[in-house]
Design a protein around this ligand. Structure first.
Ligand SMILES: Cc1cc2nc3c(=O)[nH]c(=O)nc-3n(C[C@H](O)[C@H](O)[C@H](O)COP(=O)(O)O)c2cc1C
Length: 185
């Protein structure tokens, strides 16, 4: 049976990284992606990308509407390797930190935490305010990985795609995937 990774996409900037994460999972034998997108993620995709939310859905193995709270990923009995939320908005960070699971995406993250599985939060905002920092610290203390979508230069990127790819590789390796073309130091 393939290992399942839940991919949450929210309305922060950096939807390209989500698409790359989905493609890295699709390119890895033995893994499958379970995608849930917030409404704001769909809107942000339309605004900042040359493609819409359908492109992300096509890259995923299973897609769940965010209002279907009865979906499998809402239960801890559905086994997964964990969840990556990429990009992760400050609103979603607040929702998880507050245990406010009013959507499938937030419920899935809540379940991953309660089952003590891997939760990777590719957070994106700049600058952070005190609320953001407090919420992220709380989540880090509960075991989540806080992986801000930061530019990297040490790997000598030549294009934005190189930076996107590098960041996506860093996200999926936290969940047990060894990306084929990850340029390590
Ligand atoms: C183009 C665009 C870019 C945005 N970028 C960010 C961002 O980088 N970080 C963030 O926290 N919110 C960002 N927002 C605001 C969120 O989309 C908004 O707070 C939304 O309510 C988040 O909801 P969600 O977490 O359910 O997706 C952005 C909105 C738009 C339209």
């Amino acid at each position: 049976m393939s290992k399942r990774i839940i991919v949450g996409v929210t309305g922060a900037s950096g939807i390209d990284v989500a698409r790359e994460v989905l493609e890295l999972i699709a390119d890895t034998d033995g893994f499958e992606s379970h995608l849930v997108m917030s409404d704001s993620a769909k809107r942000t995709a339309e605004l900042e990308c040359t493609y819409g939310p359908d492109a992300l859905e096509k890259a995923a193995d299973v897609v769940y509407p965010n209002d279907r709270i009865e979906s499998r990923i809402a239960s801890g009995t559905f086994r997964t390797e964990g969840m990556v939320i990429v990009p992760c908005s400050m609103k979603t960070v607040a929702g998880i930190a507050g245990g406010f699971s009013d959507s499938l995406l937030l419920r899935a993250a809540d379940v991953v935490l309660k089952e003590r599985r891997k939760l990777v939060l590719a957070v994106r905002e700049t600058p952070f305010n005190g609320i953001h920092l407090r919420n992220m610290k709380e989540l880090w203390e509960m075991g989540a990985d806080i992986m801000p979508l930061m530019m990297t230069f040490y790997n000598r990127p030549e294009t934005i795609e190189d930076m996107v790819h590098h960041m996506a590789c860093k996200c999926v390796e936290r969940l047990g995937i060894e990306p084929k073309c990850f340029k390590r130091w």
